[in-house]
Write a protein that binds this ligand. Structure first.
Ligand code: NDP
Length: 240
């Protein structure tokens, strides 16, 4: 029987590539999303992967969805916390709502989903949790106090949960991509984007598929002794 893998925000961008990569690696994938039904339906038609719609920032919605997936598809053995948003502004212009939304969607979501799968993983003595963080959680970024704080928090959560879970056969790792070509970058003005690319030694953006390969490795049986790490992939932009 294939292991069940849940990818939050798995219908677009990096999450889409992760969903497809895990499917190709033999996992039974459920991709989740929040609002973009059109993209989700296109994703189903193109990949044959099943979907579940809920808001990862809302614990009760996550609880309901995890119950449905466990009942209809099977116990969740791989969890990829990928869903994320940006609400950029300099701190002196940032509204509390922009802070709150990003922290809840990018960080509290990891608590919500991990909390809801961890007891079953512990009982089964197996689990793979992969949290998508960001280079901007490692180095900080102008205009992203909220995003940088959330993504740095994801790295801390990953390290602590890895220690709590290692004896139970559960690995918990983070992947920290640099700038990856997805819809998320559409809000960045092209002049700013050109400047960012000029500072990346590789001279280009990364692709969602490159991130997906790292996730597939961490989800695989080869990575059973890898836990608590942050796998950076940023074209040489930043060394931790
Ligand atoms: P996209 O904007 O392309 O896709 C985001 C996905 O997350 C969508 O499927 C979206 O659903 C889902 N999502 C957003 N909010 C919620 C929510 N509240 N509940 C459930 N699902 C939600 O983003 P990327 O693919 O670019 O980013 C994916 C992850 O990678 C994020 O965590 C991001 O921070 C991180 N990252 C991205 C980088 C980049 O350069 N692109 C760099 C480093 C990290 P819907 O389709 O319904 O909107």
């Amino acid at each position: 029987m294939s292991r069940v893998a849940v990818v939050t925000g798995g219908t677009r961008g990096i999450g889409r590539a992760i969903s497809v990569g895990l499917k190709n690696a033999g996992f039974n994938v459920v991709a989740t999303y929040n609002a973009n039904d059109e993209a989700a339906q296109r994703f189903v038609a193109e990949t044959g992967i099943c979907i579940q719609k809920f808001d990862v920032s809302q614990f009760k919605e996550c609880e309901k969805a995890v119950q449905i997936i466990a009942k209809e598809v099977g116990p969740i053995e791989v969890l990829v916390n990928n869903a994320g948003i940006t609400r950029d502004a300099m701190l002196h212009k940032m509204e509390r709502e922009q802070w709150h939304e990003v922290i809840e969607t990018n960080l509290s979501s990891c608590f919500n989903m991990c909390r809801l799968v961890i007891e079953d993983m512990r009982a089964r003595n197996f689990g793979r949790i992969i949290n998508i963080t960001s280079v901007n959680g490692q180095k900080g970024q102008i205009g992203q106090v909220n995003y940088s704080a959330a993504k740095a928090g994801v790295i801390g959560l990953t390290k602590a949960l890895a220690q709590e879970s290692a004896a139970k056969g559960i690995t918990v790792n983070a992947v920290a991509p640099g700038y990856i070509k997805t819809d998320m970058l559409n809000t960045v003005p092209s002049t700013v984007m050109d400047k960012i690319i000029s500072l990346i030694p590789a001279g280009r953006l990364g692709s969602p598929e490159e991130v997906a390969k790292a996730v597939a490795f961490l989800a695989s049986d080869y990575a059973g002794y890898v836990t608590g790490i942050t796998f950076s992939m940023n074209g040489g932009q930043y060394f931790v």
